[in-house]
Design a protein around this ligand. Structure first.
Ligand code: AMP
Length: 499
């Protein structure tokens, strides 16, 4: 059965179940399909080709309905968050050449000009009709059809689109529904932006089991006061987030089992779970099921998991990333973790060169070079040992350092740029330092600060806000190593002041 049909079955059985709860408003499964039907008719009226559809919006009911409606009409969706800078959105649009653009937010003039032929969606009474429509699923995505394309940081400075099939998503959803705790009317935290693959951990397991998505707005995730207020008056059973987001919530003294007795399951993914965070969470929620899961967007959500226990933390210096899900084989080749099996995505959308570099086959099965260093012990436990390239996770966000470098190098007066992460004793990136080679001289600190401000303003047009370097260091000439390459170690020492 197609995923969409599975969700529709729930709507037929229990139309009044809450599918998504925002701070102010709640929506039912019936309303979801009323909206899906309405939006899919609008798509249908356009007589589009079968290329993917770009959805420009935020995490809310209407954007979710737009994604499902797109799939119902047989298109893959490309979720782009409304806070993506203009020039970066332009890069994604020109790489993806979508059949149409659906927008679910008010647009500024430049975005209006970029999306001239858009279908603007609004929550109207008509969309929220109380009738469960009859739907035809014959055209809906299935099998190896692309379900979504998520654009992620690319080494050239241009994002690359990971193309995930319906079957990839089915294997992930089935694993989540079978291997983790089953909870009636599961209230599942939906915090990750739809434009990140972490969001599928909440969306599809919740929708296919009659759960409720507890949807946090951007305001709530960025303003701690609002966040803690919302958490303290909301029942959540299953928590899905990065460890960095849990760290923020643990700052609130009331984020404990005593105050949140219904919060019984934590599924963490997206970056290394440090021992410190794991210990703190286990202390705050001693009887909860806490899982560390691991996987890249290119292997659809996650492909391994392990339950965190006191013993596991005592026995390991770094928190292991667990055992492979069914359908996946893990291999270590030249120290790198290779994922083989049915979770591996189709490749990078219309980018054969990049696809060939990272995707290959092992014994006829799809395989992916993760770029993660790791090891597997005899019992099958996978351990993560850092990256073998220049990709980092900063506050839970995936960033290719070369993406930032390429975009800085496009700015005037900058010859070269190197961006280096600063890490703490838990292997966590705590800052990104940009080293810039420039002829420019500064009269004083104030002049340097003013220049940095201008530079940041320019840079913010092409990189996401979470990619912005924490500090800018200007040098006349970069130190070179014996091979004539930029000496990254020597650069890192400069920032520490021991040059
Ligand atoms: P993304 O595509 O954004 O999910 O990022 C995938 C990358 O995040 C992986 O290749 C790892 O480098 C890192 N990652 C994800 N989960 C974990 C984890 N549990 N432990 C360590 N690193 C992780």
């Amino acid at each position: 059965m197609k995923l969409l049909e599975q969700i529709f079955e729930i709507a037929k059985k229990e139309p009044d179940l809450i599918v998504l709860a925002e701070r102010e408003q709640k929506f039912t499964y019936r309303q979801l399909f009323a909206a899906v039907s309405h939006i899919s008719e609008q798509i249908n009226e356009r007589n589009l080709n079968q290329r993917p559809i770009l959805i420009f919006g935020k995490n809310d009911f209407i954007t979710l309905a737009a994604m499902l409606a797109t799939n119902l009409r047989g298109h893959a969706y490309i979720p782009v968050d409304a806070h993506t800078p203009f020039e970066r959105t332009e890069m994604i649009k020109s790489a993806a050449k979508p059949a149409a653009v659906l927008t679910t937010v008010a647009l500024s003039a430049d975005f209006e000009a970029l999306f001239t032929d858009r279908i603007s969606l609004e929550l109207t009474d008509q969309i929220l009709t109380d009738k469960l429509p009859a739907l035809d699923f014959s055209k809906a995505v299935s099998g190896n059809d692309s379900n979504y394309i998520i654009y992620t940081s690319g080494t050239t400075g241009v994002p690359k689109g990971v193309e995930v099939s319906h079957d990839n998503l089915v294997t992930f959803t089935n694993w989540m529904n079978n291997d983790f705790m089953k909870i009636e009317n599961n209230q599942i935290l939906s915090q990750a932006l739809y434009s990140f693959d972490l969001s599928i951990f909440s969306l599809y397991p919740s929708l296919t089991t009659g759960g409720t998505l507890i949807s946090l707005s951007r305001d709530e995730t960025t303003n701690f006061k609002l966040l803690f207020e919302r958490l303290n008056k909301t029942v959540i059973n299953t928590w899905i987030s990065t460890p960095s987001f849990v760290d923020i919530c643990l700052l609130d003294p009331s984020f404990t089992e005593k105050e949140h007795p219904q919060l019984v399951q934590f599924i963490l993914c997206g970056e290394e779970l440090t021992k410190k965070t794991a210990e703190k969470l286990l202390t705050a929620f001693p009887s909860a099921y806490i899982y560390n899961t691991y996987g890249p967007t290119e292997a659809t959500g996650a492909i391994s998991s392990v339950k965190i226990t006191k013993e596991l933390l005592t026995e390991n210096d770094r928190v292991p990333i667990g055992f492979a899900k069914p359908g996946v084989d893990l291999k270590i080749m030249d120290k790198e973790i290779i994922i083989v099996g049915d979770s591996v995505a189709k490749g990078y959308f219309e980018n054969p060169e990049k696809t060939e570099q990272a995707f290959f086959t092992v014994d006829g099965k799809p395989a992916y070079h993760t770029g993660d260093a790791g090891s597997i012990s005899a019992d099958g436990m996978l351990r993560y040992q850092g990256r073998i390239d220049f990709q980092v996770k900063f506050n839970g966000f995936r960033i290719e350092l070369q993406d930032i470098e390429a975009n800085i190098q496009n700015l005037k007066e900058i010859e070269k740029a190197v961006v280096l992460p600063k890490t703490n004793d838990q292997h966590k990136v705590t800052a990104l330092i940009a080293y810039l080679e420039t002829e420019k001289t500064f009269e004083d600190r104030a002049a340097e600060r003013a220049f940095t401000k201008e530079l940041k303003a320019e840079l913010s047009k092409t990189i996401m806000d979470y990619m912005m370097p924490t500090k800018f260091v200007y040098l006349k000439k970069f130190p070179l190593n014996q091979n004539g390459k930029v000496d990254r170690k020597a650069l890192a020492q400069k920032e520490r002041g021991d040059n």
